[in-house]
Design a protein around this ligand. Structure first.
Ligand code: NAD
Ligand code: DAU
Length: 361
């Protein structure tokens, strides 16, 4: 049996979040005989509804809990035949990290450390089986910001994180790397660019614009709108992660990106045009009228771009969804799934919204 065909039991941390939930669905479809255990604290960003289609399945278990809770993590490692950790759980929003960095250090650094320690002891106690894997899911933001003519980030680009979020992710990447070099723990690190698609929490740029257009609210663009992000459809990311688990070399880092560099203003204009085309009724039309320039994000990175050559040449991965197709599918998903996003516009969300945008103008 190859690594790819032998059955696995995955502990998926943060599986009720945006990418985690997409990954759970992807894995379940591709490897229906594997067992999936989701550990998620259900913070503001976690949503059990995103996993609703799997509730009740015999090979699926959801556990509400914190990755910093060592006892709980050890208990799960004892109770379940977990051989793979796919670690998504994180505080993930740059704007929230500016408002309150403490939770980022706690979850992203201390939480990752807790998982690594528990998994290391478990792995040792079983005689260091060579099929075990710890996938640490990280971000391109650890590499800092690019100038307009700089080459894209590669796996050897020096780390230069600029926000409390990216600094905490960088810290967790270093821990995952050190656990391979010091203890031989089979860790794998992926650094991915901006994702978009179904189950994306409303406060991130793409869902925020989809929802605000439907509600006739302003579309806030930070600064001059010329910041560049490299957008990847979330299912392409999930496919890459599955390939890294099955075929990646322990101790290695793989960059994942869409080869889709787009300026924020252009992206928002594309979303406006798609909404105008696909939404039967809109409070304001054309939606571009809603575009509003607001105060810039402090320390706002200017440009991200990923060189995914290593993943392509070593594991054969390529993105398959173009930005035009992916945005169309995403807009349609937000149009079809009001029941998913409407409850998320809670009092807590409105509070957050006020804090970030009230002083903008
Ligand atoms: P998200 O914010 O949508 O989801 C995070 C999930 O983690 C939520 O379900 C939340 O409840 C859970 N969580 C938070 N703190 C926890 C804790 N202490 N214990 C247990 N669960 C906890 O994030 P996302 O966008 O899905 O990102 C997932 C991972 O991918 C993160 O590690 C992020 O850094 C990385 N990443 C994200 C992107 C992106 O564009 N969204 C790109 C590259 C990498
Ligand atoms: O690059 C990968 C990262 O992408 C991930 O590590 C993060 O977890 C994920 O949140 C995302 O970070 P960004 O900060 O790039 O995503 P966000 O959707 O918040 O913002 C995208 C761009 O849009 C960024 O340049 C800031 C800008 N923006 C964002 C918001 C919310 C605006 O102009 N207006 C807004 O209201």
């Amino acid at each position: 049996m190859t690594l790819a065909s032998s059955p696995r039991c995955l502990l998926i941390t943060g599986g009720a979040g945006f990418i985690g939930a997409n990954f759970v669905h992807h894995w379940f479809q591709q490897y229906p005989n594997d067992r999936l255990v989701v550990l998620d604290a259900l913070t503001y960003a976690g949503n059990r509804q995103s996993l609703a289609p799997l509730e009740g399945a015999a090979n699926f278990r959801f556990v509400q809990g914190n990755i910093c809770d060592r006892e709980l993590v050890e208990q799960l490692l004892r109770e379940e035949p977990i051989d793979t950790i796919a670690h998504f759980a994180a505080e993930s929003h740059v704007d929230r990290s500016i408002l309150g960095p403490g939770a980022f250090v706690q979850t992203n650094v201390v939480g990752t450390f807790t998982l690594l320690e528990a998994f290391r002891q478990h792995w040792y106690s079983l005689g260091q089986p060579d099929t075990y894997r710890f996938l640490h899911v990280s971000t391109d933001e650890v590499y800092g910001s690019l100038g307009p003519d700089d080459p894209p980030f590669s796996e050897t680009t020096p780390y230069a994180p600029n926000s409390p979020y990216s600094a905490s992710k960088a810290g967790s990447d270093h821990l995952a790397r050190a656990y391979f070099h010091t203890y031989g723990l089979p860790t794998l690190i992926t650094n991915c660019s901006n994702n978009y698609g179904p189950y994306h929490f409303p406060e991130k740029l793409i869902p925020l614009c989809c929802i605000n257009i439907l509600l006739g609210k302003a579309l806030p663009i930070y600064g001059d709108g010329q910041n560049v992000r490299d957008w990847l459809y979330v299912q392409d990311h999930c496919r890459a992660l599955a390939m890294v688990i099955h075929h990646g070399q322990p101790g290695e880092t793989y960059n994942i990106g869409g080869c889709n560099e787009v300026k924020n203003l252009d992206l928002v204009q594309m979303l406006c045009d798609l909404m105008d085309e696909l939404a039967p009724e809109l409070p304001v039309r054309p939606s571009r009228k809603l575009i509003t320039f607001v105060k810039d994000r402090p320390g706002h990175d200017r440009r991200y771009a990923i060189d995914a050559t290593k993943l392509r040449t070593e594991l054969g991965w390529e993105p398959t969804v173009t930005i035009a197709e992916g945005l169309r599918q995403t807009v349609q998903w937000f149009l079809n799934n009001r029941d998913w996003w409407q409850p998320l516009l809670s009092a807590e969300y409105q509070d957050y919204y006020q804090q970030v945008y009230a002083s903008s103008a």
